[in-house]
Design a protein around this ligand. Structure first.
Ligand code: FAD
Length: 891
């Protein structure tokens, strides 16, 4: 690149990183930037047809003579804002018109366009179905009519599995429209790696038959396999929508191909693949039929298809999927192609790998699959088995599955009616508190001596009961705590995970005393025991998960519990407590005491019979509890406090703006900003600040604020009048001291009742403008100069909090540098910063944000236990038998 690398040998024998480092040292950064930019262009040219339609059409012309045709795709990912969607829509329309003209002038032959529905609306998702369906239908119809008018084909790309139902409904609606009658250029891509693919063909056949019109079906395997596997695991779905073995996908492709062909003229099959074996199989299946085509991606499979299109060989047309767009939009597409080319299961990768024998590449996938005899994949367990044999993962709710969704919504409606009739609970009176303390104290020894296995069994039973009562809990969470449905589902899952995790932990770390090394003639054991009654004070923002998490941990460690839930959410606490009793916990081992903090809470904290306090809430209250405990006579007891944070996300100009905005919006406005982990301050590098703030505005405009019991709602109300009034006061302050970026308008019909605060984002100058955490849907944005990064990190440290931190950057060393400098409990890189998973991301802060140990982590139970050692002198009765026996053995 610079003429300064001495030889290829040097390149080969050094890691790429070292070579680049040396290059930078020798030639300076600008040269490297230029070289990387050139390399991107070369790669881009390989996979992208042209920067504009004009360029692409000119390039296509050269290839058409050989037998290739083209379907053009406008580069770019899913729209994040309405402005993006408008831009993509206009680009599609323009491309259709340019293609039409080129085709009519005979410049190119039979072109087509490929369309991504996710580019046409920023909220193309099942939860927004009612609102978005008509908009998307109209946009798609307009594009289809435009394509029909100039007689070019239009194919709808296949995207994530959770959009399949939505896409099929749209396709049905548009295809059935009379405006398209007589036109046979409408088509869609069908993913055979999806288990439903095979059956979708029957629905499509019915549609084509009904309208006496042929459908084009592009049969593919699918491009989102890794994302589908992760999504199912993260959401705890029952299974995967895609096959877990590559050979199963290959078999499914063959089955789908056969089925498509079996429907005769109802379909125009388009077999899209780069796999020579798949092509050979299709050639065998089609027999003499010629009303079909092959398809490939631009830049891939050329050697294979040069044979196929060759007039003297197979003479079968091949259509190339040709992305068009500028280098700015190239990266995500390029990454997908590079991953596809580099995946070790991928045909295009294996064919160039000389260590893979050709015989292996041409093995019959049907035989391979049969030989497996339905054995599950050893490295891809079902989501519920994600954590191995020791603990089952909680089950989620696949809302994209229409049957699951309909059942859930139906039970929520019934339960809502029941719940609104429920009576409220009355504050515990002094005598009840006294009785509870007495009973807990009395139960302490028995519970501590109850075998760990028995305690763990109760918690495991509790987890199952929570799973069985999921709908009731979700309903109550939406009604009493105003949580949205997806948030409520996650909360129930978290509660289940807490029970199973602490049960597992107790069995692993508390059950058997640890045998310690020491001199011969004695044995030394370290055992863990209960401390006595533990007071659990939980907050309203996670009225189920934190309530249950605290209790489950204290119980697992052998302590009776006095649970004081937040004043705002006693009904959820009541239901959870009844389930604990059903799971086998005795009434004196767990007692619920509802009431205010200043009365019931304060009374309990001060009582000497309480042997430990677990608290989640504000820093001020934690400090007060700490002071009361410090002033108590008697033993000093542990306090585990989890408090708030001034959580920031630092982003730089190398981060992908779309991802930054998506993650910032989720982190700041999800759960109406009422999570301890929620994002409060977003730092954006000045070079990209305007762009990010513009996108933020567009993404916020898509937020649906309203009734939390409706699936479409993203942001519900805040918890009570006090919370609302605090936010309004802060809003007044910001209106004077800061610049409003955007505030989501409130629709009067849904938001007139309840404590609704319109989510807002303000640009502020520095962190010092905020004197405390603002608990609600209010985001502060600060633009910064990257050369002053250290000043920002110092400001964050000086705030004294240390809960969560988000970093968005593609520079590894910068991520490392920031992570080392900022002392916080939970750091999230290039993702959102909420939703810590039990046992996977143990949660809790430092500094003003909490005492630790982390909830859902391996050290929690030991803080709730007391350690005792037992040392027994085995020589006491006259001799050291064990040593003598060892002595014998040696002789
Ligand atoms: P092969 O190497 O034979 O197969 C790769 C396939 O196997 C991939 O789908 C991969 O995900 C799958 N696979 C890998 N490992 C496993 C495993 N362990 N278990 C199960 N499956 C596994 N993709 C879309 O999603 N939507 C589209 O709209 C779309 N449009 C396209 C249009 C055209 C014209 C072409 C050519 C491709 C399109 N693709 C689309 C991309 C396409 O999905 C991939 O290029 C294709 O899957 C590669 O398959 P292959 O037969 O060439 O390669």
């Amino acid at each position: 690149l610079t003429g300064k690398v001495t030889s290829w040998r040097e390149l080969k024998t050094n890691t790429l990183g070292n070579v680049l480092k040396r290059l930078v040292q020798r030639s300076g950064e600008p040269v490297i930037r230029h070289a990387v930019s050139r390399a991107m262009k070369i790669l881009g040219h390989q996979f992208v047809m042209g920067r504009t339609m004009e360029e692409a059409l000119a390039r296509a012309r050269e290839q058409e003579a050989k037998g290739y045709r083209y379907s053009y795709d406008m580069l770019g990912e899913a729209a994040r804002t309405e402005a993006d969607a408008k831009r993509y829509f206009d680009a599609y329309l323009k491309a259709i018109s340019e293609m039409g003209q080129a085709s009519q002038k005979g410049v190119v032959e039979g072109p087509g366009i490929s369309i991504k529905l996710s580019a046409l609306h920023p909220r193309y998702e099942i939860a927004q179905y009612e609102r978005v369906f008509p908009i998307l239908r109209d946009r798609l119809k307009t594009l289809a009519i435009a394509a029909k008018e100039v007689n070019i084909g239009l194919t709808i790309d296949a995207e994530e599995a959770n959009r399949l139902d939505f896409s099929l409904n749209l396709i049905e609606a548009v295809f059935s429209d009379n405006a398209l009658s007589g036109w046979e250029g409408f088509g869609l891509a069908l993913q055979s790696y999806q288990k439903r693919g095979f059956y979708v063909i029957d629905c499509l056949a019915q549609l084509a038959k009904q309208h006496h019109r042929r459908l084009m079906v592009r049969l593919i395997k699918g491009a989102y396999w890794d994302a589908e596997i992760k999504d199912s695991q993260v959401n705890g779905y029952e299974g995967y929508p895609v096959f877990t073995r590559k050979m199963a996908t290959d078999v499914s492709y063959i089955a789908c191909a056969k089925k498509l062909l079996s429907y005769g003229k109802l379909f125009y099959p388009q077999f899209a693949t780069h796999n020579a074996q798949t092509v050979a199989t299709v050639l065998h299946l089609v027999e003499n039929r010629r009303d079909f085509e092959f398809q490939c991606l631009h830049g891939m499979g050329q050697a294979l298809y040069n044979e196929i299109v060759d007039k003297n060989k197979y003479n079968i047309p091949c259509r190339v999927y040709a992305p068009v767009g500028s280098h700015e939009d190239l990266l995500p597409y390029l990454v997908r192609r590079l991953l596809e080319n580099g995946a070790n299961t991928s045909f295009v990768n294996r064919i160039v790998d000389e260590s893979v024998p050709i015989a292996r590449l041409t093995q019959n996938p049907i035989k391979q699959v049969s030989a497996l005899k339905n054995k599950p994949h050893p490295a891809i367990p079902l989501p519920k088995n994600l954590y191995g044999k020791e603990r089952e993962n909680s089950t989620g709710c696949d809302l994209a599955n229409p049957i699951v969704l309909a059942e859930l919504m139906q039970s929520l409606t019934i339960l809502e009616k029941e719940t609104t009739k429920a009576a409220s609970l009355i504050e515990a009176a002094e005598e009840e508190i006294e009785e509870a303390l007495f009973a807990a104290n009395k139960a302490a020894e028995t519970w501590s001596l109850t075998p760990v296995a028995k305690r763990a069994e109760c918690l495991e039973k509790m987890a199952n009961l929570l799973q069985d009562n999921r709908e009731r809990l979700i309903s109550l969470l939406t009604l009493e705590a105003a949580k949205t449905i997806p948030d409520s589902i996650s909360e129930v899952r978290e509660a289940i995970d807490f029970c199973r995790y602490y049960a597992m932990n107790a069995k692993q770390s508390l059950e058997k005393p640890e045998l310690l090394r020491g001199p011969t003639g004695e044995y030394n054991h370290l055992g863990m025991h209960g401390r006595g009654p533990i007071l659990c004070i939980s907050p309203w923002n996670f009225p189920l998960a934190i309530f249950i998490g605290q209790i489950a941990a204290a119980l697992a460690a052998g302590n009776p519990v006095l649970a004081k839930p937040a004043e705002q959410t006693p009904l959820i606490a009541y239901l959870a407590t009844s389930l604990f009793y059903e799971a086998g916990i005795a009434q004196d081992v767990l007692q619920l005491l509802v009431g205010r903090g200043e009365t019931v809470g304060a009374r309990l904290v001060a009582d000497l019979r309480i042997k430990g306090v677990m608290f989640t809430g504000s820093t001020q209250t934690a400090r007060r509890i700490n002071q009361v405990l410090a002033n108590r006579e008697g033993p000093i007891i542990p306090l585990i406090a989890e408090t708030g944070g001034q959580n920031v996300m630092i982003t730089d100009s190398t981060a992908l703006p779309e991802q930054v905005v998506r993650d910032a919006v989720q982190s700041a406005f999800g759960s109406a900003g009422q999570r301890c982990s929620a994002l409060r301050v977003l730092y954006v590098q000045e070079e990209v600040a305007d762009k990010i703030m513009g996108m933020l505005q567009g993404a916020m405009a898509e937020l649906q604020v309203g009734d939390p019991t409706a699936l479409r709602t993203d942001v519900g109300p805040v918890i009570d009048a006090d919370a609302l009034s605090m936010l309004e006061t802060h809003y007044d302050f910001l209106s004077k001291e800061a610049r409003l970026i955007y505030q989501v308008p409130l629709s009067s019909s849904e938001t007139s009742k309840g404590y609704f605060f319109a989510p807002c984002a303000f640009e502020i100058k520095s962190l010092s403008q905020l004197s405390k955490e603002v608990f609600g849907p209010c985001l502060h944005v600060i633009r910064y100069d990257i050369s002053k990064l250290d000043d920002i990190l110092r400001d964050i440290e000086q705030s004294g909090y240390g809960l969560t931190l988000g970093i968005h950057s593609r520079i590894e060393s910068r991520i490392q540098y920031i992570s080392n400098k900022v002392h916080v409990g939970n750091i999230y890189v290039n993702r959102n910063m909420i939703g810590a998973v039990v046992g996977v991301q143990p949660f809790g802060g430092e500094g003003l944000s909490g005492t630790g140990p982390k909830a859902g982590g391996p050290h929690y139970l030991s803080r709730l236990s007391t350690e005792r050692t037992l040392s027994v002198d085995t020589t006491a009765s006259g001799g050291n038998a064990s040593l003598m026996m060892l002595n014998d053995a040696e002789e």
